[in-house]
Ligand binder design. Sequence first.
Ligand SMILES: Cc1cc2nc3c(=O)[nH]c(=O)nc-3n(C[C@H](O)[C@H](O)[C@H](O)COP(=O)(O)O)c2cc1C
Length: 175
Amino acid sequence: MKKEIETANIPFLLLPKPALLITCGPFEKSNIISIAWSIPISRKPPLVAVAISPTRYSYHLIEEYKAFAINVPTYEQLNAVKACGSISGKDVSKWEIAKLTKERARKIDTAVIKECIAHIECLLEKKVELGDHDLFVGRVVEAYCEEEAYDLGILDTSKFKPILHLGRDKFTTTI
Ligand SMILES: Cc1cc2nc3c(=O)[nH]c(=O)nc-3n(C[C@H](O)[C@H](O)[C@H](O)COP(=O)(O)O)c2cc1C
């Protein structure tokens, strides 16, 4: 017997997806938001997208400064992902709260997270207003990762443990 799924839980049928940390806003006052709704869109041109709710402070930073970086955390940063995904950076600095280290992004004016193993720097290509989350399409201007985690063009999960978000407060990783 198959159970009917209520609308609020439909996104969770498409999980797990890697939990990611998005940095946005100018370097000095940059913010971090945890997200799991991300999509690769195109290789040529290189485009990726993230779905962010207008209720998030980060939404307005990306809209205003037209850039964001995607940082890929490892399972060791699970507590930081939970912190950056449960408080707003509007009035506090999540860098201290989540105990993450700020580094200058290479090509855009924001920070990237030193502890993360991969980074994708994007200029905002387009915002598509769709619903209770909107799509931010980013044009990738720089991407780099820890050499040890990179094998044959992929991030190799035999070399690091990703954070996989199942929905709500549930997470898992690879074996
Ligand atoms: C694992 C995880 C994944 C999340 N995914 C998203 C997401 O894809 N889009 C979104 O808008 N919020 C997502 N959130 C919620 C935001 O991270 C959360 O509301 C955050 O406090 C917003 O921070 P801000 O107000 O500083 O931007 C997620 C939270 C967690 C813990």
